[in-house]
Design a protein around this ligand. Structure first.
Ligand SMILES: *Cc1c(COP(=O)(O)O)cnc(C)c1O
Length: 371
């Protein structure tokens, strides 16, 4: 039985009428740019996230770039982030005029480690980009304390973590509540995906939200009046309509992913050669990815693929080793925990529509490999 890594067609078929109706409404009105659905989506996602403001933009990458641009980085200004993440995290730092400085990760959660951040701080450090990788939050309370001590701006890359929570001092905290800005991506493969690109910034501070709201509209709140030079980075009304139609299903989808993850954890527990993912006790995980460490990882991957089972390496080449960042002079060996993760990780199918039979097929093929 083939098992894809993700099945967006199955998701579409399960809510086709809702999506088609939402699209049709925008088409009938022909209100494609900054239509009413955009503001409604911003309000709904801000509410769901427990933050004051949502500002939609064209992608998760732009959601990182806009607040970094707002910092007005000068040549040589440093921004700390992980090297074990999607490229956009460091690409946005570079494109905003900053120098990426990479911190190592926590081997259990794969998230940027507070100690790694602390070790990377210099007098030139201006900001930290934290990534809540694979669906669970980084140690935000510790990172926020470090940032406060050093007067640093904190951006939380929540592209993979919409709906994730973390218990801090007895209270649930979400992306956007402990940092200055949290970012979301609506890339089609994320836990809630558009039919194209899309992103959002989550912000508590009123003035910052107003500024970022302008920066995505060429720097002006009123048409043809520009307080500063900004970008063309809007979320299409059509995409907002799709996302609004999908939003009521998000909690169920995330719960379904969590149930699949629990099943894998049990079914793979006794397989020598596989280390199942660990969830920090303070976290509620939304399982954007279910990522194991595997002995003979590349052979296992070939074995799974040969049997029609989707799997993927997120991420095979850490960002400090990318050719485009060679000029930073960070060599292999500098981030040992990151480099080891890149050699060992393998993500398995965990999308909501995955059936138990498909999951058992994945488990069976992994068992067969290590037998
Ligand atoms: C997907 C992703 C992004 C970028 O989002 P886009 O919407 O594709 O631009 C940024 N950071 C992380 C960690 C991501 O997973």
């Amino acid at each position: 039985m083939p098992v894809p890594m993700l099945d967006l067609v199955a998701q579409y078929q399960s809510i086709r009428d809702e999506l088609d109706t939402a699209m049709r409404a925008v088409i009938e009105r022909q209100a494609f740019i900054m239509g009413a659905e955009v503001a409604e989506l911003e309000r709904r996602i801000a509410d769901l996230s427990g933050v004051a403001h949502g500002v939609a933009c064209a992608s998760g990458t732009d959601a990182l770039l806009l607040p970094l641009h707002a910092l007005g980085l000068k040549a040589g200004d440093e921004v700390i982030g992980p090297a074990f993440t999607f490229f956009a995290t460091a690409g946005a730092i570079h494109n905003a005029g900053g120098t990426p400085v990479f911190a190592d990760i926590d081997p259990a959660t794969f998230n940027i480690s507070p100690d790694g951040i602390e070790a990377a701080i210099t007098p030139r450090t201006r900001a930290i980009v934290v990534v809540h990788l694979f669906g669970q939050m980084a140690a935000m309370e510790q990172i926020a304390a470090i940032a406060a001590r050093h007067n640093l701006f904190v951006i939380e890359d929540g592209a993979q973590s919409i709906g994730a929570r973390r218990r801090v001092g007895g209270e649930w905290r979400t992306p956007g509540q402990l940092g200055n800005v949290a970012t979301l991506s609506f890339f089609p493969t994320k836990n809630i995906g558009a039919w194209g690109d899309g992103g959002m910034m989550l912000i508590q501070d009123d003035a910052l939200a107003t500024r970022l709201g302008k920066l995505r509209l060429h720097g002006g709140a009123t048409q043809y009046h520009h307080e500063e030079v900004g970008f063309n980075s809007r979320l299409d009304t059509l995409q907002a309509a799709i996302l609004l139609a999908k939003l009521p299903h998000l909690a169920r989808w995330n719960a379904s992913r969590a149930s699949h993850a629990a099943h894998y954890n049990t079914a793979l527990a006794d397989v020598a050669g596989v280390t199942t993912p660990s969830t920090d006790a303070a976290n509620e995980h939304i399982w954007h990815q279910y990522t194991i460490r595997a002995r003979r990882r590349d052979e296992l991957m070939a074995h799974l693929k040969a049997r029609g089972i989707g799997c993927a390496i997120y991420y095979p080449l850490p960002l400090h080793l990318q050719p485009c960042f060679a000029h930073l002079g960070v060599h292999r060996g500098a981030l040992p925990i990151t480099e080891r993760a890149a050699d060992e990780v393998l993500s398995l199918p965990v999308y909501p529509e995955l059936t138990r039979a498909q999951q058992d097929e994945v488990v069976g093929v992994i068992r067969e490999f290590y037998r």
